[in-house]
Design a protein around this ligand. Structure first.
Ligand SMILES: Nc1ncnc2c1ncn2[C@@H]1O[C@H](COP(=O)(O)OP(=O)(O)OP(=O)(O)O)[C@@H](O)[C@H]1O
Length: 229
């Protein structure tokens, strides 16, 4: 079991709403191996984003344990968690969150500079990642000078640049028109097929979910394998 990248055990998350404690989900188990891709679908409000944030150490759970590469997130200090996130986890969101005043290349270099990698080396690796996403001709463009699909592919390149073991994606094509979404999806599916990174994607789109190796449904406060419909 040593190629398990993500090992989430018996997770429970609650929110306090006035005098009431509201359970978002409980008893959540999820294991993802290197090279595996999984999709999580579920209705709006079922807790998909909350789960992704807990898996990536951006939010805390009430019970359970999350191990990334065998390291238990609750056992780490905040500083160690930040370091682990920077070096081993990539995030892709529905909105690209690129820095507007920097070029695509500089945006993708950023996580490496934060990790202490030298500028020249960072530049080369960022250029490689953007080229892999079909953006070799857009390195110097700022986000406002890129199309929606190009921005999202830049965000994916940024998530991959530090060679993370795990990539977490929250509705990565949710903000794109159908044709652009299709192009970005194809790029993601190819990545998931060819790399040994583990991918966890939250999506409303069951067709896209089916292109991942395994599908789960978040409903009735639990995570369960999604049966074919
Ligand atoms: N900080 C908070 N305090 C209280 N309740 C919260 C908080 N954040 C989220 N919730 C509640 O937790 C539930 C799950 O929210 P979450 O955003 O994870 O759902 P989701 O499945 O990702 O929804 P969507 O598909 O609409 O993005 C919702 O009912 C939401 O209102």
């Amino acid at each position: 079991m040593n190629n398990l990248v993500l090992d989430a055990r018996q997770l429970k998350k609650t929110y306090t709403s006035g005098p009431q404690e509201v359970t978002v989900w409980q008893g959540v188990d999820l294991q993802v191996k290197a090279g595996e891709s999984i999709a999580i679908v579920g209705a709006s409000g079922s807790g998909k984003t909350t789960l992704l944030n807990v898996l990536g150490g951006l939010d805390v759970m009430d019970q359970g344990d999350v191990l990334i590469n065998g390291q238990s997130l609750p056992a780490l200090s905040e500083k160690e968690r930040t370091r682990l996130r920077n070096q081993q986890v990539g995030f892709v969101y529905q909105f690209h969150h690129l820095l507007p005043e920097f070029s695509a290349l500089e945006n993708v270099m950023m996580p490496q500079l934060l990790a202490g990698i030298q500028r020249k080396q960072a530049q080369q690796r960022a250029s490689e990642c953007l080229t892999q996403m079909g953006l070799a001709h857009r390195l110097g463009h700022k986000p406002a000078e890129l199309s929606g699909g190009e921005r999202q592919r830049t965000a994916i390149a940024r998530a991959l640049v530090n060679k993370p073991r795990l990539v977490l994606m929250d509705e990565p094509t949710g903000n794109l028109d159908q044709q652009t979404a299709q192009q970005v999806e194809n790029a993601m599916v190819e990545l998931a097929e060819t790399s040994d990174t583990a991918f966890v994607m939250v999506t409303h789109d069951r067709d896209l979910a089916r292109r991942m190796h395994h599908q789960y449904l978040l409903a009735d406060q639990t995570l369960q394998p999604l049966l074919a419909d």
